[in-house]
Structure formats: C-alpha cells, structure tokens
Design a protein around this ligand. Structure first.
Ligand code: CLF
Ligand code: SF4
Length: 502
C-alpha cells in the first residue's frame, strides 16, 4: 500500500519545502529503481557503503546524485568505441565534455554543486581519459575535496591497466567504489576491441596488448576485492564481437569478487568519429541487451539502471545539470555548508522506510496472487519510486517484470517526448509505441484517450488509475487483478483483461 510521505509534510521551512518537493518528486528526473538490493537482503556493512550511491544501489538512485569532474584526460589505451575528442565511452554517452578542470577548479565546482544539490552524495572521476593513468590529478582532486567535504563518497572509473599501481592509495583515501571496464577475458576477443595499449613505457598492439590489459584488469579486481573495496564491472556489449563472450566475463568477474556487473550497449554513430562508428559496427537494441542480461542472471549481480552518463554529468541519474555549474558560473570563493545535506538525508531516511514497507506488501501480494505468468510493465515516473509522470511528458519509461518470483527492474526505454505544449505529435507517438515493443502494460499519471487507444491497437494496455502510487504497489494490484478476486484492489477499465505471457 502506498502511504503518503506524511513525515515530510511537517517541514515548513523554505528549504524544507524544497526538499519535500524534491523527495516527493523522487529527486530523480527520469528514473526509478528496482529492488534487488535492499536492507532486508544486504549485509549491513555493504549496505552502509552503497546506501547513498546511486550507481551501486538501484534503491539509492531514487534519492541520491553523483557528479563527475573531468580532471584526468590522459589515457593509456585506445578503445575502438572511443574518440576522446568527444568523451569517454567508459562511463558516458558520447558528447563533448564541456570543460576539463584542474584539481582546484574541480574543488570549487564540487563545493558549489554540493551547496545547491542536496542529493549529491558521490564524486566520480570517469573520463575522458583514465583516472588511474592520470593519477596525480585524480589524487590531488580527491585530497582537496576530502578536506572540504568529509561526507562525500569518491568513485573512479578505470580501464584497469594502471589500477594495480594505485589500489593501496585508493584504500588509504577511503575510495569505496571502483568501476573497471572489462570487455573481454580472452585476448583474441580483446584484440578486436583495443588496437593498442601503452604500458611500462612502450606501446603494445594486437593480442599481446589485450593479454596485458586482461592480466592487469584481473589483478586489479582481485586486489580491490582483497581490500574490501566494492567493484562494478562495466562491459560494453558489442554485437558480433563480445556479446556471447560477456557470459564468460560475467563468470570470471563474479569469481574474483565483483559486486556488480553492468552490461552496457555499445553506442555507435559515425558522427562520433570512433572506429566502430566509422566502420559501421552497430550497437545492440533493447531486446538484445535484455536477452543477454537474462542469460547471465544468477551470475555476478547485474546493474540495470545505468544511464551511460556524461563524463562531466551533474545530478541524479537520468538528468544532467552540468550546464548550471560551468566554471565561469561559480564564484571564486565558495564554502561548503553541510546543513542542507544533513536535512535531506533525514528526510530520505523516512521516505525510504515507507517505500520499503510498501514494497514488502506488494511482493507479498504478487506471491499470493501468482497467475503463474510474467508481465512487462513500462512506467512513466519522475522518480521516488512512484507512478508520477504523464505519458506524454515521459522521456523514458522504466521497465519492470512481474512474475511469481516477484517484481524486478529490468531497464529503461528512452523515447522522444510525445506531448509538447499540449499537443501530441503522431510521429512521436509512433516512435514511443515502437520503443515499447514487448511491453504489456503502461503505467502513468495521466494519459488521454487517443494515445491509450493507439497503444491498445498495438497490444499495449495503458492506465493512469494508479497515479502517484508506488510502482510496486501498482504492479502488484494489477497482477493480482489478473488472477481474479479477491486480491484486486482496483481494476482499471483499460486493464480489465490482462493477458499474461508464458
Ligand atoms: Fe560515476 Fe560511474 Fe562512479 Fe557512478 S556513473 S564513476 S559508478 S559515480 Fe553510474 Fe553513469 Fe552508469 Fe557510470 S549511471 S555511466 S554506472
Ligand atoms: Fe576512451 Fe576511456 Fe577507452 Fe581511454 S579507457 S580509450 S578514455 S573509453
């Protein structure tokens, strides 16, 4: 059952009102979360490390934000999907990094963002370039920020080649989260992804280059695991090159203690000037990515809420407020004020308790109802775990699967916003319907008859009967309704006859 965030209503200060609006809106402009990692099923020590990290906990990304500072532009390898003139594809979608920063500029920017964005909890260094290769700047940035903002978490993304040289320093600096991009464990596959590496003062090419990179990646992963540093492995899925092979990668990284595995689709476009873009190598579609994710289910735990964000992104996953905080907009002198963060965290703690209780009830309802089949839901949400976005305003839909095993977040589908200024574009609607291929039911806060009817013609049912409920609450009610009374709480007219898939 979705309870209103009653405790948050009591805040009456201006800042409290802003926080209230932020938390109730979910904070996350275009995201939602799954439920694979929660206090109930997570080691308390691990939960302490991930509970405020939007990438390492699906649940946390409802509430917390990250920012990246592009301080380490040097790189020691070449990936066929990267053109550093644009961005680091390790951790971002291709796009120009607005500005590279010195460690001092980065400090000013982080303080300015921290004062304005109460959700900020993580500072990441994620390209363009490699945080471990360009180590002096990475270290200098973390040291400066740690002195000024003691309660921020640090996170780096690396290709792994220089990682083993810096694991002890990472541990000394209390870096709890490291992402390694691992696209292969077989050098023959690696030779198709990496034309060269630069290691130990010389350049290597071909299979030898890939072998060295692989050995250093495995060593770095093992060293991090031994020191209790949580690791996420990013793997770029490249159809025909390493898609099948990533099943083996998942097994290898699980054996070496990886905490999460993030299978990311290759983004390939000739305009980006990458080798793959220029040679016509395609990326996978949403269904291909999901099929691979489903095949590795049961191996290393998957991250499914990645947004492939920019290397200079600021804000909640799925939004980018970077342009609000360019260096020329930041005062010369900034001082960190911790009070906003403290107040925000207290609010989030209450909202989370409510959501956890609602989710538990929803899962119980699903297991009791259990029509024995599965359904795919696409949810329009502004975040906070609620059905709270209009169909026509959605720029992405969160996809959930419900089955007798429970409710799980399985990814997101980006779409072109259908409704602009009160008018819905037919072409955009066609695009949205195409993007929702395979979806059974759409949940949203509001939908008109016209798009609802066109969705129905495409075999997709849509309802706004669960506006502002928690997502799991809405899904469980519909799933229960599909199995008939007495579980049905509300049976929306438009979802009165749900066909379940095997
Ligand atoms: Fe940044 Fe990466 Fe740290 Fe997150 S991003 S360095 S782990 S703080 Fe997150 Fe962005 Fe996906 Fe990266 S959504 S691309 S996984
Ligand atoms: Fe580009 Fe990052 Fe690969 Fe270096 S490691 S080539 S910056 S994607």
């Amino acid at each position: 059952m979705s309870a209103p965030a009653i405790s948050l209503e009591s805040l009456s200060t201006t800042f409290g009102d802003q926080l209230l609006a932020t938390v109730k809106a979910g904070g996350c402009a275009s995201s939602s979360c799954g439920s694979s990692i929660k206090p109930d099923d997570t080691d308390p020590a691990i939960w302490e490390k991930i509970k405020d990290h939007p990438c390492f906990s699906e649940e946390a990304h409802h509430y917390f934000a990250r920012m990246h500072v592009a301080v380490a532009p040097g790189c020691n390898i070449q990936c066929n999907y990267c053109n550093r003139k644009y961005d680091c594809a390790n951790e971002s979608r291709p796009g120009v990094v607005s500005e590279k920063l010195t460690p001092d500029q980065a400090l000013r920017k982080v303080v300015a963002v921290a004062n304005e964005v109460p959700q900020l909890s993580v500072l990441g260094i994620a390209g363009p370039g490699d945080a471990c290769y360009d180590w002096k700047k990475t270290k200098a940035t973390f040291e400066r920020v740690a002195r000024e903002i003691p309660d921020i978490k640090f996170c780096i993304s690396t290709n792994g080649l220089a990682l083993p040289d810096h694991v002890d320093e990472l541990a000394d600096m209390n870096v709890d989260h490291v992402t390694i991009t691992i696209n292969m464990v077989d050098p023959e596959v690696g030779a198709k992804i990496y034309p060269w590496i630069f290691y130990d003062h010389r350049r290597y090419v071909g299979i030898e280059a890939a072998r060295i990179l692989h050995e250093r990646q495995m060593l770095g992963l093992e060293m991090l695991t031994a020191r209790g540093i949580l690791t996420k492995i990013n793997s770029v899925m490249i159809p025909g090159v390493n898609d099948e092979h990533l099943i083996k990668v998942n097994r290898w990284v699980k054996e070496r203690g990886a905490f999460l595995h993030n299978l990311m689709p290759l983004i390939s476009d000739p305009a980006h000037g990458t080798h793959y873009g220029l040679s016509g190598q395609r990326g996978p579609n949403a269904m291909e990515l999901k099929a691979l994710q489903d095949r590795v289910e049961g191996g290393a735990q998957l991250m499914r809420h990645c947004r492939q964000c920019r290397a200079d992104a600021v804000g909640l996953l799925g939004e980018d407020r970077g342009q609000e905080f360019t260096v020329d907009r930041i005062p010369g002198e900034v001082t960190y004020d911790a009070s906003n963060h403290k107040a925000y965290r207290e609010l989030v703690a209450e909202e989370r308790r409510d959501h956890v209780a609602a989710r538990r009830e929803a899962i119980g309802l699903v297991k009791a109802a259990s029509p024995g089949k599965s359904l795919l839901f696409a949810v329009a949400t502004k975040g906070g775990g609620r059905v709270n976005e209009h169909f026509g305003h959605a720029k992405e839909f969160q996809v959930y699967q419900v089955s007798p095993r429970g409710i799980s977040f399985v990814g997101h589908r980006k779409v072109e916003q259908y409704c602009l200024g009160g008018w819905g574009g037919e072409a955009a609607l066609d695009g949205v319907i195409a993007a929702l291929e395979g979806i059974d039911i759409v949940l949203c806060a509001k939908i008109g008859n016209c798009p609802q009817d066109q969705l129905a013609d495409a075999g997709i049912q849509a309802t706004d009967a669960y506006a502002h409920d928690y997502i799991e609450t809405a899904i469980s009610a519909i799933y229960a309704a599909a199995s008939g009374p007495p579980h049905s709480r509300r049976r929306p007219e438009r979802v009165s006859s749900i066909r379940t898939r095997s």
